[in-house]
Ligand binder design. Structure first.
Ligand code: FAD
Length: 373
């Protein structure tokens, strides 16, 4: 199918979930540069669904996405999309005010439990004694990104859509009301609507198409895995995060994973962990917990790509007909993907708007063009 109605560039969670949502009413094809889906950000995340991320808009998109994860549609039930994992945000005595403020904000979206020092250590015995206060969301969730990506891909294919891997869009032009895309390998595709879901490369794709970029910034983040102290009961452990953006850790396949929550600006690329951030993760883990990080079992890095205001950009470009932005999912692209895909299907296909507390204006890519005008 080289002439679908809608051509999606990017086979990460953004592109595949939008393609799945659009495929019930339109012929959809996805072009992915790599040989496999989810090779970049979508396959390297911490995979949590929680409300300590972002601000009101991000929380509203997360809330609107939650029913999808709790009660997935039929084509997503082959493998569970995730499992419950409590989320604990903890604070030292001098950080209590910041925790109070976050509690007030998150309480609008989730049922929280306020914990004293004893409650914090009962939920997470690995924390040092200076963790004195906490808020816990027992309804947090850890996603299986593979199940999520494959569920979306299954839906695309069940609806007659296609995925082309190893298909990097290299030339993009609009002529006679149609977007014409040629891949590096010389395959040609055309469609009246082009969805730009190219993650860290979304600005580059726009410029290839002659569309004004939004000013996206990819920020690298690092994760390490290592052994927990002998005798640690991993099953009950929460995803534990400092109130400031310093450290999070959680159980991971019989071990622990941790991130120093680094945000190092990067070009779009196959991100690799830097030794400094790997050491920082181990250092902060030892600073905040009783864990001694010995041998680092594995490490990886991925890019979290933000717009200038850290809200995603979803909607048609103001400066190019039929060019649809689906970019800037930052550090929340998995947990907001059902709502974001639904919004794409609403703006492109006229489906019902899926997120009551979010407006199209807030997400409009045009807000960045207006700033530069
Ligand atoms: C360490 C880390 C922790 C995170 N933790 C969380 C979390 O706990 N919860 C959460 O919800 N999110 C989290 N995220 C964020 C989440 O992973 C991202 O927001 C999400 O994966 C972005 O999805 P995407 O599809 O936009 O990007 P990607 O997955 O990067 O997909 C974009 C795709 O576009 C393709 N592409 C680019 N250019 C072209 C082209 N010219 N032609 C064809 N294809 C092209 C790329 O190959 C890529 O596969 C985390 C991210 C990181 C790195």
């Amino acid at each position: 199918m080289n002439n679908p109605d809608i051509l999606v560039i990017g086979g990460g969670i953004a592109g595949l979930s939008a393609a799945a949502a659009l495929s019930s009413r339109a012929k959809v094809a996805v072009l992915e540069a790599e040989e496999q889906v989810g090779f970049h950000s979508s396959g390297r995340s911490a995979t949590m669904v929680h409300y300590a991320l972002g601000d009101r808009l991000v929380r509203a998109l997360t809330l609107a996405s939650r029913p999808f994860f709790d009660d997935p549609p039929a084509d997503f039930t082959e493998t569970p999309l995730g499992h419950r994992m409590a989320v604990l945000v903890h604070a030292r005595e001098d950080e209590k005010q910041a925790l109070d403020a976050l509690e007030a904000e998150i309480s609008l979206f989730a049922r929280l439990e306020r914990l004293d020092a004893q409650g914090v250590h009962e939920l997470c015995p690995l924390l040092k004694d200076d963790a004195r206060h906490g808020i816990a969301d027992r309804n947090g969730m850890r996603l299986d990104p593979h199940a999520l990506l494959q569920g979306n891909l299954r839906r695309v294919r069940n609806n007659g859509g296609e995925l082309h891997t190893g298909s990097k869009a290299a030339r993009i032009e609009r002529s006679q009301g149609t977007w014409k895309v040629e891949t590096e390998r010389g395959e040609r595709h055309s469609a009246s609507i082009l969805v730009n879901a190219a993650g860290s490369w979304a600005d580059a794709v726009a410029m290839t198409a002659g569309v004004q970029p939004l000013g996206l910034t990819p920020l690298r983040r690092t994760i390490i895995t290592f052994d927990a102290p002998q005798g640690t009961r991993l099953e009950g452990l929460p995803f534990a995060k400092t109130i400031g953006d310093e450290l999070y850790f959680a159980p991971e396949s019989g071990r622990l994973f941790a991130s120093p929550m680094d945000e190092m600006p990067s070009d779009p690329m196959d991100a690799q962990p830097d030794e400094y951030e790997v050491a920082l993760a181990a250092h902060r883990m030892e600073e905040r917990t009783i864990v001694k990080v010995g041998w680092i079992h594995s490490k990886w890095a991925g890019l979290r790509t933000f717009t200038p205001d850290r809200h995603p950009a979803v909607g048609f470009a103001a400066d190019a007909e039929g060019f649809f932005w689906l970019a800037g999912q930052g550090g929340f692209g998995l947990q907001t993907s059902p709502a974001m895909a639904g919004i794409a299907a609403s703006l492109i296909g006229g489906e019902a708007w899926p997120a009551a507390d979010v407006t199209a204006e807030e997400l409009s890519p045009g807000r960045f063009l207006a700033q530069h005008a």
